[in-house]
Design a protein around this ligand. Structure first.
Ligand code: 13P
Ligand code: 13P
Ligand code: MG
Ligand code: MG
Length: 376
């Protein structure tokens, strides 16, 4: 019997701005999912990072199953009612359509799902991020699955030396799912050329070439492509199976020590360092910084162990301090240059209106180099 892991994640309201969900909101969602336990799920775990809530589920229905997706959608709908009743900010923010239509993909919530035959021991990591876009995982996944400078297993483990297949999605293409498979290590430079561009190309899945098993599933939702305007940031989730035929948990975590600059900070329009935090951490400085949490589990016969919070270890305090310094450094330059996203990625219409008005005030000189302006 195959086990499916599904994470469905949404922001349906938060306390104090885009900061953190209320206990009551989490309670509403938990109650709803608990009711589904007997009929639908073999296990579940609910957690939050920033203002986003993730429902992690184990079941045997396979990815994209209508009943699992409908249940999660309704749980978030119920949550949005609680958020509204409590006067939470952004109540129902990520529920972009009125009626459920078979699968929450394309409806606002982020989804990551993996189906596999359980190994005798099946460790996996669940990542959640806030104030960023799916491409934030590009660099950590590249380092963990393609770079022997990070992952010693790519040299030391007979299974890992066979390499990995990366499935990359072009999230700029909105007519459908445009994907490409790249074979590592042969395609190393091709992979780097795509993953350089976090806005456009995003890791969707990774498979071990040794046995074809899927190691990674990531959410690829870009909300502004669904809504056609800024409604909130994507805040992606990620599932990674680890150990044996996959990188070790520690190899998957190591790249987060870089605290790389990612997009999505304040109003979804700024660049900030990706700070590893303990699960349940809210946002603060300039609505951020962008944060990532990681819980480690084992799943056995469809049941989870309790989680271990991977970024609670004292090692990450130093990384957090460095990320805070990086955040303050880049904020010193305000809107200027690399601190704010390029025009194509700016998430608010305000600047478009402003520039349109200014455009009308531009004049072209009659002669190059002359001082007079045409029409003055
Ligand atoms: P253990 O011997 O503790 O299982 O560790 C093996 C390993 O590969 C750790 O990275
Ligand atoms: P969220 O997407 O996390 O709600 O953040 C929105 C925002 O604009 C914060 O500045
Ligand atoms: Mg929000
Ligand atoms: Mg959020």
């Amino acid at each position: 019997m195959k086990t499916t892991l599904s994470i469905i994640k949404a922001d349906v309201g938060s306390i104090g701005g885009h900061v953190a969900p209320s206990k009551k909101l989490l309670g509403t969602i938990r109650e709803h999912v608990e009711d589904a336990m007997t009929s639908l799920l073999s296990d579940y775990y609910i957690t939050s990072t920033g203002d986003d809530i993730a429902i992690l589920m184990a079941h045997d229905k396979g990815p994209g199953h209508v009943d699992v997706h409908r249940m999660a959608w309704e749980a978030f709908k119920d949550g949005a009612l609680t958020a509204k009743a409590q006067g939470l900010y952004g109540a129902g923010q990520d529920l972009l359509v009125d009626a459920f239509s078979g699968n929450v993909k394309g409806m606002g919530p982020a989804v990551a799902e993996l189906e596999f035959d359980e190994r005798p021991n099946e460790p996996f990591l669940m990542f959640m991020a806030d104030k960023t876009e799916p491409g934030a995982y590009n660099l950590p996944l590249y380092m963990a699955f393609a770079d022997p400078m990070n992952t010693a297993g790519l040299l030391l483990s007979p299974e890992l030396t066979k390499g990995f297949r990366f499935r990359i999605m072009d999230v700029g293409y909105t007519e459908g799912d445009r994907v490409i498979d790249l074979e590592l290590p042969e395609d190393l430079y091709n992979l780097a050329a795509l993953l350089r561009d976090n806005d456009r190309y995003v890791v969707e899945a990774i498979f071990a070439r040794h046995d074809g098993e899927q190691a990674v599933a990531a959410s690829t939702t870009r909300l502004h492509n669904i809504a056609g305007r800024y409604t909130g940031k994507d805040d992606p989730v990620l599932l990674v199976r680890t150990q044996k035929n996959f990188p070790a948990s520690g190899e998957v975590l190591a790249p987060y020590s870089v605290a790389p600059f990612v997009n999505g900070y304040m109003r979804g329009s700024h660049v900030g360092p990706f700070m590893p935090v303990v699960s349940g951490t809210g946002c603060s400085y300039f609505d951020g910084p962008p944060i990532v949490s990681c819980l480690g589990f084992c799943v056995h016969n469809g049941r989870f162990t309790e989680p271990v919070d991977m970024f609670a270890h004292p090692f990450w305090d130093t990384v957090r301090d460095r990320a805070a310094t990086k955040a303050m450094e880049i904020r010193r330059q305000g809107f200027s240059g690399a601190a704010m996203l390029p025009f194509s990625e700016l998430e608010y219409g305000g600047i478009t209106n402003l520039l349109e008005k200014l455009d009308r005030r531009f004049k072209v000189r009659a002669e190059k180099g002359a001082n007079e302006l045409v029409g003055v």
